[in-house]
Design a protein around this ligand. Structure first.
Ligand code: NAD
Length: 374
């Protein structure tokens, strides 16, 4: 079996699907690896490092399996051979044109986002590995933009009180944002609609914000949050507006799979914050948790700096790629037997992650997003 890795072409994408360390392990397992010229440069892995690991430098689309990070562009899809296997982030619930094009091209595609989040597949969970990077970077951005210290300082010139940080949404990214803000010395509060995370928040040294929402636990299938009703959302926004006014920084990460991000931080809440405060909205990509967020921009409104960063994992490409490459390797391990590509569609991970096959869109969520009826 031959795996090839193209150089990523999406704007700002600096990650690479395989790093030399992982290439070496694949080669030990009898898999051949081809890396496109310069594919690892953005993540600080030169061609020579791959060659040393045993890979050859050549056509990134020549493999039986093509491993990518970002969803393929139309030009990239045109370079995929019929019958080849593509592994990468594909945004199957939102990028329907890409999914249709992959099916038409006869590509067997696997989306990293669609890997079932079951215990056996944890080592393949690229949503989690990349969310960890996002949460860490978000806390650093908040600390960097805030014109105040995060930690408490006792100096000859007086005492500085620690910053108050509120993290909204305590999934993988939120928990990492809490941990990082704590390490920097901030007093951290956090809120999530899933009451199960209260203990996790507290174990990181943060306080769970008790909002009197009269809410039944909002945990839905697969451990994800359910969409709140309009009344619940309204009540949440009102209660939050008051609490947000007491914070120096808000890091928001709230998301509901396949939907627009919930709106949690209103214009009024921003007005309630003291001048110089900061909001880092990690949900910018899916519409934003803050009413005033502009995706991909840093804006100042009401003297509050609001950041809407996109693709934060690409801003820390070395470790983001290392973690991602290990996720890919674990998936590839499932796809190979005796050095040959062997796809077992009886396996729930292989079946669950598969988006297109034999010219069809086979993933249920991707089918309904693309308007394909049974
Ligand atoms: P996500 O990115 O979908 O959402 C981020 C957070 O936003 C979630 O915690 C969600 O509850 C929260 N949220 C949604 N609406 C909200 C609102 N209105 N107000 C406040 N918060 C809101 O989540 P994720 O980080 O991908 O993780 C979701 C779940 O999946 C977690 O329970 C996590 O532990 C679980 N998970 C399981 C595995 C595994 O078993 N392999 C791996 C990773 C994550």
């Amino acid at each position: 079996m031959n795996v090839s890795v193209p150089k990523e072409v999406a704007e700002g994408e600096r990650r690479v699907a395989l790093v030399p360390e992982v290439v070496e392990r694949l080669i030990q397992n009898g898999i051949q690896v081809t890396i496109e010229d310069g594919a690892g440069e953005g993540a600080h892995h030169p061609n020579a490092a791959y060659e040393q690991a045993g890979a050859s430098i050549g056509d990134g689309f020549s493999g039986d399996v093509i491993a990518k990070v970002a969803p393929p562009s139309a030009e990239e899809i045109a370079r995929l051979a019929e019958g080849s296997v593509l592994v990468g982030f594909l945004q199957p619930l939102t990028a329907s044109d890409t999914v249709r094009a992959l099916a038409e091209r006869g590509v067997t595609s696997f989306a990293m986002e669609a890997i079932p989040r079951i215990t056996r597949a944890q080592s393949m969970d690229a949503l989690s590995s990349q969310a960890t990077v996002s949460g860490y970077r978000a806390a650093l951005l908040a600390a960097q933009e805030l014109p105040r210290f995060f930690p408490m300082l006792t100096t000859a010139a007086g005492t500085i009180r620690p910053a108050k940080v509120l993290v909204l949404g305590a999934g993988v990214a939120g928990l990492q944002a809490i941990a990082t803000s704590r390490r920097l010395g901030a007093v951290v509060h956090a809120f999530d609609v899933r009451s199960a995370v209260k203990e996790q928040i507290e174990s990181l040294g943060a306080r769970f914000l008790e909002l009197d929402m009269g809410l039944e636990d909002a945990e839905a299938a697969g451990g994800y949050a359910r969409q709140l009703t309009d009344e619940e959302q309204q009540r949440q926004r009102e209660l939050l507006a008051e609490e947000i006014g007491k914070m120096d920084a808000v890091i928001s990460t709230a998301a509901v799979p396949g939907r627009r991000a919930p709106l949690l931080v209103t214009e009024q809440a921003v007005k309630n914050m003291s001048p110089g405060s900061v909001i880092v909205d990690l949900a910018a990509e899916t519409g934003g948790n803050c009413e005033l967020t502009e995706a991909g921009q840093t804006v100042v409104k009401e003297d509050v700096t609001i950041l809407g960063p996109l693709n934060l994992p690409a801003t820390m490409p070395d470790h983001a790629s290392s973690l991602y490459a290990r996720n890919v390797q674990s998936l590839l391990d499932l796809m190979v037997a005796d050095g040959e590509l062997t796809l077992d569609f009886e396996d729930e991970v292989i079946a669950g992650a598969c988006i297109t096959r034999d010219g069809q869109i086979v993933h249920e969520g991707a089918r309904s997003a693309a308007g394909v009826t049974a």
